[in-house]
Design a protein around this ligand. Structure first.
Ligand code: ADP
Length: 258
């Protein structure tokens, strides 16, 4: 394996930010944005100062998940002040684009935007900057690894083999880029049937076994639940809406392991 060493002079820490953690899934639709938003809320509820950067430039969903309708404020010297919502500092390409416009950019433009979001945003003092990555193993991931020292990546997957196989590619990419992996979160692990039983819709403990095989920490399992989906659609993640509910507690337990 050829490793890309992050010795580029551009790889500098962002002053004031203690931990930068990308949330990756490689495969789309497994709940990466839902997990990112709820983990950010969970860390914030514990008293940490948290930023959430939506780097999913093709399908920015953080503005909807957090119901942000205002735009960030530009300041002098090209610096942008992030939007504050539910105690989080938030930045997303979605803040700058009308909903019916798509981002069709080549690599250099993506690199510029990611660099701007990292180093041209007034993040201030943060314990954690979580980054919701686009699916895949492309330019955004590469720029991120080259621009800043990362604490480690969190891999989100459903228990299904197809998702896990693609997650493996995402992990290989981080390893090749010398970015540590914090661990794996399994989303949509099971559906809790009212009679108390669990229905393992996508197979039982696939991501847990996968983490064990690859000797990675398993950070937690999140059930598939109407309330999680509904709260996301309404723009108030479950952890913000009902912190004591079992579904919110699943995210809070996973955040404890970061
Ligand atoms: P990704 O960022 O991986 O594309 P999303 O976070 O956008 O995935 O989730 C895809 C869809 O699945 C969304 O409609 C979201 O509300 C829903 N979803 C994600 N996680 C859960 C869950 N644990 N329970 C119920 N619905 C979920």
């Amino acid at each position: 394996v050829t490793r890309v060493r992050n010795t580029s002079p551009a790889n500098t820490p962002i002053p004031g930010i203690k931990n930068i953690i990308p949330i990756s899934s490689a495969k789309g639709g497994v709940g990466k944005s839902t997990v990112s938003a709820n983990l950010a809320m969970a860390l914030s509820k514990k008293g940490a100062k948290v930023g959430l950067m939506d780097a999913d430039i093709y399908g920015p969903s953080i503005p909807t998940l957090l119901n942000v309708t205002e735009s960030p404020t530009p300041k002098e010297n090209n610096i942008i002040v992030p939007v504050e919502k539910y105690g989080l500092k938030v930045m997303s390409m979605g803040f700058f684009l009308p909903e019916d416009k798509a981002v069709i950019w080549r690599g250099p433009m993506l690199n510029k935007m990611i660099t701007q979001f990292l180093k041209g945003v007034e993040w201030g003092e943060l314990d954690y900057l979580l980054i919701d990555l686009p699916p895949g193993t492309g330019d955004v991931q590469l720029t991120l690894c080259q621009q800043v020292p990362l604490t480690g990546a969190v891999i989100v997957s459903t228990p299904q083999t197809v998702a896990l196989n693609i997650a493996k590619k995402g992990m290989a990419m981080f390893q090749q880029l010398n970015c540590p992996i914090i661990g794996v979160i399994e989303n949509m692990s099971y559906y809790q049937i009212p009679n108390g039983e669990k229905d393992y819709i996508f197979g039982e403990s696939g991501a847990k076994k996968f983490a064990e095989e690859l000797q990675l920490p398993f950070l937690g399992e999140i059930p598939i639940a109407t309330t999680i989906r509904k709260q996301s659609d309404e723009g108030m993640p479950i952890v913000e809406a009902d912190m004591d509910s079992p579904h919110a507690q699943a995210f809070i337990a996973a955040a404890e392991n970061l």
